[in-house]
Design a protein around this ligand. Structure first.
Ligand code: FES
Length: 196
């Protein structure tokens, strides 16, 4: 799989000059730290990066990585290693709705190519691009861990499952018109119950 363009560190001109958790996220971060023994603070890197990314419109600037390393007093390289390894962290700006299409085998067998092509055509985007209006960005990812409900697409923090071309098209229409959406299976089944 080709490296996602969103894993490339954003150019200097768009890097913010500072980052710190807002009041609400600072409180969340302190609660997260309490979940780990003091000698395992590194274990909190992933949830801390997640709230930093959420606060910064879906991507992690260099200052956020620096901030998390200082927040838990671990070398910056440890934080950077995690931010660059896992596909859920973006190092450059994404759209308001960041679409990640799973293209690993179970999803591929259940039609992920069609899902990806539909997104490309409907939104006029290639993988790694952000739409001009900043509303959508598109990425392909490895297994999202919900294969039983393949094909699966992740949009921001939620999973949309049991998709077909029609339900994905409807979903994108709803995002485009700011209508409420239900995450989870887009078929009639609940969770992972057997198909009727
Ligand atoms: S292969 Fe797509 S969720 Fe596992």
């Amino acid at each position: 799989m080709s490296e996602s363009k969103f894993k490339i560190v954003a150019e200097e001109s768009i890097q913010p000059i500072k980052f710190s958790f807002n009041k609400e996220n600072l409180s969340k971060a302190k609660d997260i730290l309490k979940m780990y023994p003091p000698n395992y603070k590194e274990s909190s890197i992933m949830p801390l990066l997640s709230i930093a990314q959420f606060q910064n419109d879906g991507w992690l600037p260099k200052k956020a990585i620096e901030y998390v390393s200082e927040f838990i007093n671990v070398p910056e390289i440890k934080v950077l290693e995690i931010a660059t390894f896992y596909s859920m962290y973006n190092l450059s700006p994404v759209g308001k709705y960041h679409i990640e299409v799973c293209t690993t085998t179970p999803c591929m067998l259940r039609g992920s190519d069609s899902m990806l092509n539909l997104c490309k055509k409907k939104l006029g985007l290639e993988i790694g691009e952000v739409s001009k209006d900043g509303q959508f960005s598109l990425s392909n990812v490895e297994c999202l861990g919900a294969c039983v409900n393949a094909p699966v697409v992740k949009i921001n923090e939620n999973y949309y499952e049991d998709l077909d071309s029609q339900s994905l098209d409807t979903l994108i229409n709803k995002f485009q018109s700011n209508k409420p959406v239900n995450h989870g299976p887009q078929s009639k089944r609940k969770g992972t119950e057997p198909r009727k």
